[in-house]
Structures are given as C-alpha cells and as structure tokens.
Design a protein around this ligand. Structure first.
Ligand SMILES: [Fe+2]
Length: 193
C-alpha cells in the first residue's frame, strides 16, 4: 500500500521573521498587516522546522507550555509555540498587542468576548460572549490588541499552536478576566525558555 503524502515545504523561523519584518516595515495598521502575516504563519506552522519534541512540554500548573522561539529588542515581534494539555486552557484575556495564532496539531476551542464597560473602573470589566468555534491544524486566528478571547483544549490529546505577537505578552500589561465576578486581573504566563 502506498503511503504518499503531500510533504509540507520547509520554511524556517528565520525566513518567517524576515518576511514578517518586511510586512511590518511597509504597513502600520494591525488589521491590514495581520492579514498578510496569516498565510505566512500557516506556512511556518506546517513546516517540518516546527516539529520539535521540546515544544510539547507543558507546565502542569498553568495547563499549558509557552515556548519562546524568538523576540526582538524591547520584546517586540515575539514568537511562541504553545502546547495545551487536554482539558486545560486560559481564562478570557486580551493581549495589548496584535496576535496571529495557527494551530499546528490537535484542537483548540476559541471563545470571543466583547467588553461592555468603558474600562474606567480599576479591576472591573463586563464581558459578553460573542462567538466561539473549534480550530484545527492549519486554522489561523487573529486578535487585535483589545480583543478578548479564551482558548481551551477540550480534546483528549495535546494540542500545539504557533503564536506571533507584536510584543512578548508578559511585557504588554495585559489582563485576564473573570466574567462571573466582573473582574479584570493582570495576566502573566510562565514561559518555558
Ligand atoms: Fe490569547
């Protein structure tokens, strides 16, 4: 029995970074340049270069592993691989920077929220779920800096995704949210390396 498969083309992190830097040098609107970055993120996510056992390591306490592949001066243009344990995920959160995320392997349930308050009351936020869906390998999602979403691995298998941010997410002053308590909370993640 033949087992002929389409072989993903090799596309390295450095080639991706060069392409993304070129895009960012020509366009300043995140809504525009993230559309250009999306297919490149999908190409890198499918590349054999992104297959590494090290990226599968998770932090049991937080429910996922965040592996920093790259960041530039002032923590700009940060690229991570995230590995999500089955049944684990994140609370609703923003990024305070743009984000492009492509699933490499497995499933991720993404839920989007709208914020209904004006943000003027410290520690307070009113969120409303607006949409949700399941992302699978090759699917790509974009977040604007104030966009709020949660990501959850509802499957029985590990899931892996490639994340590109305008800035390392521990240096943007971003927040997580508890919609039940109408709470806004500073949000940092534990980074593996
Ligand atoms: Fe996120």
């Amino acid at each position: 029995m033949s087992d002929v498969k389409h072989t993903p083309s090799e596309y390295t992190l450095e080639e991706y970074l060069q392409d993304v830097r070129s895009i960012l040098s020509k366009e300043s609107d995140p809504a525009v340049f993230t559309a250009s970055i999306k297919p490149l993120s999908q190409r890198l996510a499918a590349s054999p270069a992104m297959q590494d056992a090290a990226y599968r390591v998770c932090d049991e306490e937080q429910g996922f592993g965040a592996h920093l592949l790259h960041e530039e001066a002032q923590h700009e243009l940060a690229v991570f691989m995230f590995a999500w344990l089955p049944g684990r995920g994140t609370p609703p959160h923003n990024h305070e920077t743009w984000a492009v995320v492509t699933v490499v392997e497995g499933e991720e349930h993404e839920t989007h929220f709208a914020r209904n308050d004006d943000g003027s009351k410290a520690g307070y936020a009113e969120l409303e779920k607006t949409s949700d869906g399941i992302m699978r390998a090759g699917d790509v999602s974009v977040c604007m800096p104030q966009g709020i979403h949660s990501v959850w691995n509802n499957s029985d298998e590990l899931s892996i995704s490639l994340h590109t941010y305008g800035k390392h997410i521990n240096f943007t002053g971003r927040s997580s949210f508890d919609p039940e308590k109408n709470a806004e909370i500073p949000y940092l993640v534990t980074v593996e390396n």
